[in-house]
Design a protein. Structure first.
Length: 134
């Protein structure tokens, strides 16, 4: 039920400004002044249960990913689900709560010392999950 509610909220959300990649070409010294925003159509879910696997089985999708963190987002008029690693979820959760880039990166690194900010930002920008509120 949580997934279906999140999908509905994502589908009905207003459109957000699209980010340009060069907006994220930022010096590390500037991270404390940068406050990325989640797209209004993005929902984050975590659970004690393997929600993604349950949802896949219900929808006849085969995958070995047992992630319990999900991001729900919209591509055009289609609502999509994707699993998130714990560090990615922590980063996006803090951004959703209004944290600056520096605090979100530090928290993600505490979860996983190998957190790859560049890879997540490329994915988040490519999928339209993040933008800068300019």
């Amino acid at each position: 039920a949580r997934i279906e509610l999140a999908k509905q909220k994502s589908y009905l959300a207003a459109n957000s400004v699209e980010a340009k990649f060069d907006q994220f070409d930022i010096a590390i010294e500037e991270f404390a002044q940068i406050f990325p925003q989640l797209n209004k159509a993005v929902e984050l879910l975590d659970s004690e249960l393997p929600l993604f696997q349950i949802w896949q089985q219900y929808n006849d999708i085969v995958s070995t990913n047992l992630s319990q963190n999900l991001i729900i987002y919209r591509e055009g008029f289609e609502v999509c689900l994707a699993p998130l690693a714990d560090d990615e979820y922590k980063f996006l959760q803090l951004i959703a709560g209004g944290a600056n880039l520096e605090d979100a990166v530090i928290a993600a690194l505490e979860v996983n010392g190998s957190f790859d900010l560049r890879a997540l930002m490329l994915k988040a920008i490519g999928e339209g999950w993040l933008y800068l509120n300019s």
